[in-house]
Design a protein around this ligand. Structure first.
Ligand code: COI
Length: 353
């Protein structure tokens, strides 16, 4: 592989990987030995470096802290039986990060910085990619403003970083979700499609209220009338109704999920009927009541495929029959087979490190 980015590497004196128990991973609690950093000086990206993972120093007047000028990505690396490391569809994350950055008045990253920074980092920390079934190395690229200035204006300077951590399942069991009709995640013309910090901060309180009632997550509905199903905050959401896979079209209120795209591609490849269209809450509830809803599941990088066992709407819990989750179980297996290098990667999704 050709290296064109000049990356300075400072290695840890002693790796912490021996402290890891890959059979008992606590989601995102332990971070790998190194991290990648690049700085933007208002003109160009420079000072590419891989250094020991650790705290960073920023000004108390940092605009990312005050105004949330910050974007991030999430992707995963898997280890195949031969011990090779495969990253799942990283170019998609690169593209989406730049879309988020544009919306948040942040500089574009070159493919070279994103991909080479990540490849060098993962290569150095490849022992941190777990090889236990159901586990992977979560990769978190992120960019944030770094000016020392609390006036409200776009920062001139930024930092781009990548950190990684071994992970198992985000949701360890099927989830209970509540359809939200009061709070709003995203509105037309807003930032819903961008992977930006504030979207997640704003979702915490409504999600907390739902969690107090015993649910794991919300199903967000459109901000104007709360009639259309949107997404679930940590994941996109899909349904199988009458053997048809249905999910909302991405637009400016829904994150363009890469797992979502992969599931749609596999379903179409298998000849399944797929409808990417607005789905009304009323239609979903009618489908449940008529016993037409076969499956409901979240799809996301961290969540992978999260089976849904309860949908709550207007104070009523609708339990779903998990015995009917044929498509979501099959697609999870198919995705895993590709990611762990057990099946032919016919779409060219794996990026080998
Ligand atoms: C992901 O799935 O990678 C996410 O970013 C969702 C969440 C953990 C914030």
């Amino acid at each position: 592989m050709v290296h064109t980015l000049d990356i300075r590497v400072e290695k840890v004196a002693q790796s912490r990987v021996a402290e890891m128990d890959f059979h008992n991973i606590d989601f995102a609690r332990q971070y790998a030995d190194h991290m990648f950093i690049a700085d933007y000086d208002g003109n160009e990206w420079h000072d590419f470096r891989i250094v020991p993972y650790g705290n960073i120093s920023i000004s108390p007047a940092n605009p990312a802290i005050h105004y949330g000028q910050s974007v991030f990505e999430g992707l995963k690396a898997y280890k195949n039986a031969a011990g090779e490391v495969l990253i799942f569809r990283p170019h998609k994350n690169f593209e989406r990060m730049n879309i988020s950055a544009e919306r948040m008045m942040m500089p574009q990253l070159s493919e070279e910085i994103f991909m080479e920074g990540m490849r060098e980092l993962i290569n150095l920390d490849r022992d941190w990619v777990p090889d236990v079934a159901g586990t992977s190395l979560y990769i978190r690229p992120f960019m944030f403003a770094t000016d020392e200035y609390i006036g409200v204006r776009p920062s001139d300077t930024f930092t781009f970083m990548i950190i990684t951590c071994p992970v198992g399942a985000y949701y360890a069991r099927p989830v209970k979700v509540k359809i939200e009709e009061h709070y709003t995640r995203a509105v037309k013309g807003g930032t819903g499609f961008a992977k930006t910090a504030g979207n997640y901060a704003a979702s915490l309180y409504p999600a907390h209220l739902a969690q107090k009632e015993g649910y794991d997550q919300l199903i967000w509905t459109d901000g104007q009338f709360h009639k259309l199903i949107e997404e679930s905050g940590t994941m996109n959401i899909m349904f199988v109704i009458n053997n048809t896979l249905i999910t909302a079209p991405v637009g400016d209120t829904i994150l363009n999920g890469i797992t979502r795209d992969s599931v749609l591609e596999l379903a179409r490849d298998w000849g399944m009927k797929v409808e990417v269209r607005p789905l009304e809450v009323e239609e979903l509830i009618a489908a449940i009541e008529d016993n037409q809803l076969q499956e409901a599941f979240g799809v996301g990088t961290a969540a992978t495929i999260a089976h849904i066992e309860v949908i709550a709407y207007r104070g009523h819990d609708y339990p779903l029959d998990l015995g009917r989750r044929q498509f979501s179980a099959k697609v999870l297996d198919a995705l895993n087979d590709i990611r762990y290098g057990r099946a032919e990667d016919k779409f060219g999704w794996n990026y080998r490190v």
